[in-house]
Design a binder for this molecule. Structure first.
Ligand code: IPM
Ligand code: MN
Length: 356
């Protein structure tokens, strides 16, 4: 079959890691007889430099008319310490989420045996941990109005808004994930303080009778932050609002020691987006040392969830497992740093392995 993949490498290490995922997808195309057309567009700081806009209209149209979006990373340190900058790379990400209607961000957190020693937690706490954080991505305090500064600039405000329909659609998706997994759903909120959280809780409570097989529990976000560290294995599917999800998904991703390996998917009303969760890592940009596995595994979810190619996705995951086994890995996770591979070296190995 023929597929169009909008390819948005973005900033920092984005282009290097996306190149490796493209290599892997090309190998899959050859192996399984598919034609992938990679249609490139700028996003983030790169797009500001080129076109003055972090999510240009042509990039949006590319995404809208593609079968899936493969995304690298955005962010550039030159904007981080300038709170007065009028245009910021991150606005490109938020615009993409809003315009493509990407209301759900799905971050699976799994453990890799060879990386457990990298976890900041005791091995017995993390070994076998397997959870998914489902974060609402187009509502809440990230987008609520009004927001801004008072005239004298001495006061600033953001508004957290949720509508019932936004809670229903993400919770349905979370229930579906739980049904396919260990059938446990944890709803994270701050219902002891926030009105929006009380609407979340009420809305989910009204939905639970439709899902009698799923065990639902509710946890305040501060407690959830603690429980994730104390006993991560208790979690199966976590669903939560935008800002809590931003924080808890970063926390979840480091507990297994596998930050450089974790992929994510953002799905919604238009084309879905697949991206690594590690960000633009500017210190490593251009050095050919960044770990491409999170992007390669994002390509695996792209195949499975975005294009419905389940066997192809399995082949990618098997190749990644083989590369870890063979210690064909970048320096961040190599046992012996002097024998570490480069970013492109790992991509080439995976490509060749798939076509063996
Ligand atoms: C993420 C990032 C973004 C967010 C930033 C870069 C705007 O942290 O994808 O989690 O806060 O959503
Ligand atoms: Mn984040």
């Amino acid at each position: 079959m023929n597929f169009v993949i909008a390819t948005l490498p973005g900033d920092g290490i984005g282009p290097e890691v996306v190149n490796q995922a493209v290599k892997v997808l090309s190998a899959i195309g050859k192996k399984f007889g598919h034609q992938f057309e990679f249609r490139y567009s700028p996003v983030g700081a790169t797009a500001i430099d080129a076109l003055g806009d972090p999510f240009p209209e042509e990039t949006f149209q590319n995404c809208l008319t593609a079968d899936a979006v493969l995304f690298g990373a955005i962010g550039d340190p030159k904007y981080d310490n300038d709170p007065k900058a009028k245009i910021r790379p991150e606005q490109g990400l938020l615009a993409m989420r809003q315009q493509l209607g990407l209301f759900a961000n799905i971050r699976p957190v799994t453990t890799f045996k060879s990386l457990i020693h990298k976890s900041p937690l005791r091995p017995d706490l993390v070994e076998g941990a397997d959870l998914v954080v489902i974060r609402e991505l187009t509502g809440g305090i990230y987008f609520g109005q009004p927001r801004g500064r008072s005239e004298n600039l001495k006061t600033a405000y953001d508004t957290c808004v949720y509508h019932e329909h936004e809670i229903v659609r993400i919770t349905e998706l979370a229930f579906d994930y739980a049904a396919k997994r260990r059938k446990k759903l944890t709803v994270v909120d701050k219902a002891n303080v926030l009105a929006t959280s009380r609407l979340w809780r009420e809305t989910v409570q009204n939905m639970t009778p439709n899902y009698p097989d799923i065990e639902v529990n509710y946890m305040f976000v501060d407690n959830a932050a603690m429980q994730l560290i104390q006993w991560p294995k208790q979690f199966d599917v976590i669903v939560t609002e935008n800002m809590f999800g931003d924080i808890l998904s970063d926390e979840s991703s480091v507990i297994t020691g596998s930050l450089g390996l974790l992929p994510s998917a953002s799905v919604g009303t238009h084309t879905s987006v697949f991206e690594p969760i590690h960000g633009s890592y500017p210190q490593a940009a251009g050095k050919n040392i960044a770990n491409p596995i999170a992007t390669v595994l994002s390509a695996a979810i792209l195949l499975e969830v975005g294009l419905g190619l389940v066997e192809e996705a399995k082949a990618v995951r098997a190749a990644v497992d083989a590369s870890l086994e063979a210690q064909m890995v970048t320096e961040d996770i190599a046992f012996n740093k002097s024998k570490a591979s480069s970013t492109s070296g790992v991509g080439d190995w995976l490509h060749d392995f798939l076509l063996k």
